[in-house]
Design a protein around this ligand. Sequence first.
Ligand SMILES: Cc1ncc(COP(=O)(O)O)c(C=O)c1O
Length: 442
Amino acid sequence: MAPLDMKPNELESYWLPFTPNRAFKKKPRMFSGAKDMHFFTPDGRKVIDASSGLFCVNAGHGRETIVKAIQEAAARLDFAPPFQYGHPQLFELSSRLALLAPGDLDHTLFANSGSEAVDTALKVALAYHRSRGEASRTRFIGRERGYHGVGFGGISVGGMVANRKMFGNMLAGVDHLPTTYNRAKQAFSVGEPEWGAETADELVRLIGLHDASTIAAVIVEPVAGSTGCIPPPKGYLQKLREITEKHGILLIFDEVITGFGRLGTPFAAERYGIVPDMITFAKGVTNGAVPMSGVMVRKAIYETHMQGPEHIIELFHGYTYSGHPLAVAAGVATLNLYKDEGLFEKAKAGEARFAEAMMSLKGLPSVADIRPIGLLAGIDLDPVPGKPGVRGYDAIERMYHEHDLYVRVTMDTIIVAPPLIATDSDISQIRDRIATVIKAVA
Ligand SMILES: Cc1ncc(COP(=O)(O)O)c(C=O)c1O
């Protein structure tokens, strides 16, 4: 039984994810409220949110229509069983998503996190090939520096070494494309770099090595996000689409970050004129307000499963909280907000100004590269010699404690991703505070 005299602010019991716990607990960083472009701290400070929470609060914090929709859903239908039953708004949300996605990506499976969406997509790929009599297609191809969440599927196809090395052998039979990033050839490119489409040819080599008949799917983020924002070289994604199509390999775009306007289009797929076979999404679908994710699949994949006796389950997969009523209500309200405020178009219109603001940080001490695309940018700082991550952690501490700024930092890379509602003056403020922090940690 929990002791009744437990201290309410005991820090020890909580194990923070992806966080150096001991350093955090010595000097905690807390948010206790949020509205629009800002977080509020327990001591009453207003901190500008330059990374949309964690790339999810695309419409800004505390939006009333979303809050209201969640409140109403909670009062109306707190839970509905997702297996064998539905609730009306589920069908509304999936229909709206089908309209938003390109091509015939018309069918959605819901889950709760990006990691689950990725696992779901990988399993659908396997089941699809098996249903079509190609059960030998079990291999997945990911990419170095890719991030696809932390499930065993996601870390297997992912390519961030720290997320992989502790966890054994993971999924068997996974291979990886090389990263498209080459600083010598691409440094300080705005948008899609000129160099690098040829790295897609590595897929041809991997197909030669493994044979197409063993490969189920290729999974990539259209813009690698969590590793530090790596935009795709011009023509690269189109090449991946051509090669996969030619060899009967499914192409999965993991759009957990790039979905819902981050690149000025509903999905990155549209920006690049590509129809992948599946899109995984999460984060922005509910504006981060309730956990929700999903996988959109093309008609042919859905239809392949709609065989056999009609009373038998077609896909033995799902989660207790797939399509949870609160998440679905938040999703519908969020899509309405994106549409009513024209936020994807706003992001597109603001791309050039945002890039200019980010690129103006070039020349500050230790800035080794800047990569803006859409309303997303990676800023690499040179690591302190022999101590990777130290400069980045120093930046995290100073931002919060001294400069009222929140930006996602991974190792020594700052990843800027303001809410799509950001005004020019918000962007200037973010830029200026980042500049101050960069100078402070130099
Ligand atoms: C591309 C991509 N896939 C998957 C995930 C995992 O999402 P979650 O943290 O919701 O499991 C992320 C999270 O940032 C992501 O960026």
